[in-house]
Design a protein around this ligand. Structure first.
Ligand code: PHE
Length: 345
């Protein structure tokens, strides 16, 4: 091998060893075997100046060297490409054994959960569930419910009236008892209806008051219905809601649309009646109002009070929900803070 070729090869080997990055390898290729300015390409061009003898041997040696250079660079470039691919794969590697990411699913609001439970109980006792208007005329809010003209419930201090032309005529219902009238206008007795829904009162919000809250009204009209039926129904209701040991008691009370009227208490679902924090030591929790539907109310909807009698009772959901979930402020229910709401599934 000629000295020249030996020198070229050792120069190349030296440069090859120094090429540690892909870009350097590409430069090395251009520098040595590049079509225009490659060292070996130039070397080939000098062959013409040699004698035919020399041209043959040097030409052959140059070709061998060129093959060697090309192979070495290709191998080097292949190495870099393989490394690049391996790195890419490592970066995009998917661990198929990792558990999937769960899509967070929402759930129903605690009041809705409680309402559903209560609706289920009513349905199981033969009641139809009915929805009704939140804005009512004075007829539904007051007159039909036997509420006298000067009753404080009619005052705009207690009730939200609509503004403008309809002021004095339309107001947000302050109790679901309005549904008694709708239910009886829609059906002939005997009937059983439960009506859950929102009611509105001009209360100053605090831990136990909110201007909007939920009630459920139960109404049953049939022949020969007595206070005993009311008591039995309410007792069965709270037993299905809180358990078979639950007791009830009635305290006489006044509501214009019933006669007689009573407040219902039930034994605390937490302590069973011995007294605890939930029932504030009394053993009893207030459920709501009740009574025998007033004859005047039956007459308003064309039901003969001599033929039919019935009872109604109402309960508030918000305070009940707060008691059951141990909330110290019912307003939490309406702040729409998911960190709070997500605790009640
Ligand atoms: N509507 C009454 C209230 O909001 C409760 C009630 C319902 C009383 C049915 C008697 C009969 O306090």
């Amino acid at each position: 091998m000629s000295d020249r070729i030996t020198q070229l090869r050792s120069d190349f080997d030296f440069e090859l060893a120094a090429a540690t990055a892909e870009a350097e390898a590409t430069l090395l290729r251009d520098r040595w075997v590049g079509r225009k300015s490659g060292l070996l390409t130039a070397e080939m061009k000098t062959l013409g100046k040699l004698s035919p003898e020399e041209r043959k041997t040097v030409g052959a040696e140059l070709n061998v060297l060129k093959g060697y250079v090309e192979a070495a660079i290709e191998k080097l470039l292949d190495g870099f490409a393989a490394k690049r691919e391996a790195e890419q794969l490592a970066k995009e590697r998917i661990d198929v054994t990792l558990p999937g990411r769960r899509i967070p699913a929402g759930h129903l609001h605690p009041i809705t959960l409680l309402r559903h439970r209560i609706e289920d109980i009513f349905v199981s006792m033969g009641y139809e569930i009915e929805d009704g208007p939140e804005i009512e005329t004075n007829f539904y809010n007051f007159d039909s419910l036997n509420i006298p003209a000067n009753h404080p419930a009619r005052s705009p201090q207690d009730t939200f009236y609509l503004a403008g032309e309809l002021a004095d005529k339309l107001a947000l219902r302050s109790q679901t008892s309005t549904m008694q009238i709708h239910a009886m206008q829609k059906r002939q007795p005997p009937l059983r209806v439960a009506a859950p829904g929102r009611v509105f009162r001009r209360d100053t919000p605090d831990a136990t008051h909110n201007p909007m809250f939920y009630q459920v009204e139960g109404l049953l009209i049939d022949r020969g219905i007595t206070l005993g039926d009311l008591k039995g129904t309410v007792e069965e209701f709270v037993r299905r809601l809180f358990g078979p040991e639950t007791q009830t008691r009635f305290r006489p009370s006044y509501f214009p649309f019933v006669e007689p009227g009573a407040e219902i208490d039930y034994t605390c679902f937490k302590c069973g009646g011995s007294g605890c924090r939930v029932c504030k030591g009394s053993g009893w929790i207030e459920m709501g109002g009740s009574g025998m539907v007033h004859p005047n109310v039956l007459r308003v909807v064309g039901i003969d009070p001599e033929e039919f009698t019935g009872f109604a009772f109402g309960l508030g959901l918000d305070r009940l929900c707060a008691l059951m979930y141990g909330l110290d402020d019912i307003r939490l229910l309406y702040e729409n803070d998911v960190r709070f709401l997500e605790q009640f599934t």
